[in-house]
Write a protein that binds this ligand. Sequence first.
Ligand code: AMP
Ligand code: ZN
Ligand code: FE
Ligand code: FE
Length: 282
Amino acid sequence: MSGGVDLHSHTTASDGALAPRELVRAAARRGVRVLAITDHDSTEGLPDAFDEVAKHPPMTLIPGIEINCDVDGGEVHILGYFLEYQTEWFQAFLREQRSERKARVYRIAARLAELGMPIDPEEVFALVKEGSAGRPHIAQVMVARGYVKSFREAFNRYLRAGGPANVPREKLSPAQAVGIIRRVGGVPVLAHPGLAERDDLIPDLVTAGLMGIECYYHEHSATQTLNYLRMCKDLNLVATGGSDFHGLHVGRTNPLGSPAVPLSVYEALKARAGEARATRPT
Ligand code: AMP
Ligand code: ZN
Ligand code: FE
Ligand code: FE
């Protein structure tokens, strides 16, 4: 078996540019053989994606999720893989998360108005359509209104963690997100820890049931990647990786299938999934 492995991607079900079927086709064109779709707080893209993947053998799709949590001084994102995502209590949890995201859009809009940059939340929701609302949609409206020149400027000046227009979420801690993923039979993985710079939280996350760390990531330096690979070895965690592909609209240009992730990572993740099912908390 050959081909690329990409364990982190987004569709229009959250803040990605491509519809699930388009994403699968784009991944196939780039030689991705194992793809995980990890939309923020939504699995709504998965049925179409599974249907499309069936047309591209021998491609494999891993059902995934990304849950963003705010912590003091930053944000921590938790990925989940191979979860039994159709479980009713889990879907209720995701619906609640999405409704909080919607409420957060109103709160951020109020902050922006105070800063002299009024936006209409309805404009944001028009971009989101059926998906999971997030700051990238707000950034797009800020660019359209001419408040900032680029998506990146919107984040760097206003929307980043600790930024003047950001409103942190308080409800869910990263350890709780890890616990939820374990309870739904999934494999929880700490996303791009080099961006969060909260490695001090890792021991607690491991206690909560964390099974992996996203080591291979385009914004990690070579040193960071090596450090996280070593950490995975020391803590007996699986070292994962992915593109975090969103499409070009959000000012992130990292392509699908990059950086390269060894196929052995997929095998290791599958083994953890078996373990997660066998030790699932009730
Ligand atoms: P949210 O769902 O509101 O937490 O927004 C998180 C998403 O915003 C991430 O998945 C990225 O797509 C994007 N994002 C977060 N921080 C930045 C940043 N500093 N620059 C560009 N995009 C970012
Ligand atoms: Zn995103
Ligand atoms: Fe993330
Ligand atoms: Fe992501």
